[in-house]
Design a protein around this ligand. Structure first.
Ligand SMILES: [Fe+2]
Ligand SMILES: [Fe+2]
Length: 263
């Protein structure tokens, strides 16, 4: 099912939440996002080979494939950009990804196809102009990848937050946003383990929260699980600001060589 997150007639933000099919039970649920602005398209975190065919079909209801101008990748993981070669082969799009990864992601591709089409985003981020709108690459380094960006749509005021705010849930449960404090805390068990292990440290979470609190955000929409609005965004920021995670929780015990015991 496609979920329309925003539309004003000329600018639409569409979320695809159930394209990781049952035949790939091992794969984590992931959301892909299509922004269509004045007939020009951008895909955010378009995922890997598991969803490529389904996403191509789903997308064409909203945009002719030839009008896909941008692939925007929050980071370099296979669930983000694993199908890069297919997108470069079948469209004229350009990929925007952290400059830390722009010389690594061509390993996913035929090098001739990638030539001149992969744009490295500098650490401080950058605007990405679309027809009639501007997207912004927003720094989110170490949340979780070393070079990591989120994408803010200046028209809809949606922050596509990558793995920040992710929850590990079934695709069927993603229909409406989490809006209230009560619902946020009811859903927290689907988020906490993921953030504790994948986010690098409390220090970078706090930097990110300070930045986001200064922004005008209507929705916080992660790459996995349910999206948030209103009071739930405030609750998420308060929670992640105080979360001990990643290297905060690691000790020498996590770095022990454990040879096989002799029988
Ligand atoms: Fe990731
Ligand atoms: Fe992810």
């Amino acid at each position: 099912m496609a979920i329309e997150l925003f539309s004003n007639g000329k600018h639409r933000c569409i979320m695809f939440n159930d394209l990781v099919t049952d035949t790939s039970e091992e794969a984590v649920q992931a959301n892909q996002f299509l922004i269509v602005s004045h007939d020009q398209g951008a895909l955010i975190d378009p995922s890997g080979n598991i969803t490529y065919n389904a996403l191509t079909l789903a997308m064409q209801k909203y945009l002719p494939k030839k009008n896909l101008a941008f692939l925007l990748a929050s980071h370099q993981d296979p669930d983000i950009i694993g199908a890069l070669d297919k997108w470069l082969y079948s469209t004229d799009c350009h990929l925007y990804v952290s400059q830390l990864w722009s010389r690594f992601v061509p390993h996913f591709c035929n090098l001739n196809r990638a030539d001149g089409r992969i744009i490295g985003i500098p650490d401080e981020g950058m605007p990405i102009p679309m027809m009639g709108s501007t997207l912004y690459a927003i720094p989110a380094h170490f949340l979780h990848a070393e070079g990591n960006f989120q994408f803010y749509d200046g028209t809809s005021k949606i922050l596509f937050s990558g793995d920040m705010g992710a929850s590990l849930v079934d695709a069927k449960s993603i229909t409406t946003p989490i809006t209230t404090k009560a619902e946020f805390y009811d859903q927290l068990h689907t988020m906490s383990g993921f953030h504790k292990r994948y986010m690098v440290s409390n220090k970078v979470c706090r930097f990110w929260v300070n930045m986001v609190r200064e922004m005008d955000i209507e929705m916080l929409v992660p790459q996995h699980g349910r999206y948030m609005q209103g009071e739930a965004i405030v609750c998420f920021l308060d929670w992640i600001e105080n979360l001990q995670c990643g290297i905060d929780l690691f000790t020498q015990e996590h770095y022990r060589f454990r040879p096989l015991s002799v029988r």
